[in-house]
Design a protein around this ligand. Sequence first.
Ligand SMILES: Nc1ncnc2c1ncn2[C@@H]1O[C@H](COP(=O)(O)OP(=O)(O)OP(=O)(O)O)[C@@H](O)[C@H]1O
Ligand code: SF4
Ligand SMILES: [Mg+2]
Length: 318
Amino acid sequence: MSEPILEVKNLKKYFKTNSGIVHAVDDCTFSIQKGKTLGVVGESGCGKSTTGRCILRLIEPTSGSIRFMGEEITTMNRKQMLGVRKNMQIIFQDPYYSLNPRNTVYQSIAAPILQNKLIPGAKKIQIEERVLELMETVGLAERFINSYPHELDGGRRQRIGIARALAMEPQFIVCDEPVSALDVSIQAQILNLLQELQETRNLTYMFITHDLSVVNYFSDDIVVMYLGQIVEQAPAEKLFDKPLHPYTKALLSAELEPVVGANTKRIQLKGELSSPLDPPDECRFAKRCQYHCAECNCGTPPLIEVEPDHFVACHLVK
Ligand SMILES: Nc1ncnc2c1ncn2[C@@H]1O[C@H](COP(=O)(O)OP(=O)(O)OP(=O)(O)O)[C@@H](O)[C@H]1O
Ligand code: SF4
Ligand SMILES: [Mg+2]
């Protein structure tokens, strides 16, 4: 078994608002092995992006530990953190908003190279060579080098985002819904590119998505989040074969095509995900759970290893 590149323990991120305290990420613990992909799945607002942003310290965690390549990063100063960031990058959902509309492809990809002095004392020609090399790596034709983001389709814009992340030669990338803003036909191309890059560069991914079919295709392990908490965590195959948490079961039954003749029933998820504002000490899924019973009324269920490598937070799954 390879060593973990990232270990997150009891991570919390609370936002103080006028209406109360939003428990966006509430006591999450997980790790990612080097060269592997951890899929993070859950409905909108469950805390996926906040978790990813805390890991890169783009926002400050409220508490908890984040160890990256063996080092605690939550206590690092700005300068130390800049060093770490060369090794951890993020790809955003909508490249249109993460790219400066006034910058050409060349300027967008050259920016991290220049800002981080990745080629010390480099002349323009060397920077241009590196930009072209990165464009080739992500499958962006040379003729687009002077194009602006609005002149390109979503897939090509996302390729710029990936090239910018790769410019730093990172070992770990948080992919925050990298294909959900793209047409289905282009989604597959970008997923294939990310997979190819992982294989050739031994990259480690935290892959955030609300799309279970994407997470199944892509992940070694999966974390299912609900209102800021991890409710189930397992190797991908195990989670898809034998989901144990009522929320995971409902998500899977809604997403996957029923097998012809199989005794599978679609579980309706009633109501919307509520807000993680000042949540009471109880199971956060209780209001939507079809199995809710008296046994559930004894505080927030802890995440327990119910079989090897399979963790579930439900009072009825032991
Ligand atoms: N700066 C902020 N101030 C207050 N609340 C916030 C802030 N950022 C996020 N939140 C809240 O934290 C919760 C988690 O948000 P987050 O963006 O992490 O969810 P998500 O799972 O990434 O959702 P989506 O799938 O829509 O991207 C939400 O309730 C959101 O409204
Ligand atoms: S603890 Fe109870 S309410 Fe919560 S998921 Fe389990 S069965 Fe449902
Ligand atoms: Mg998000």
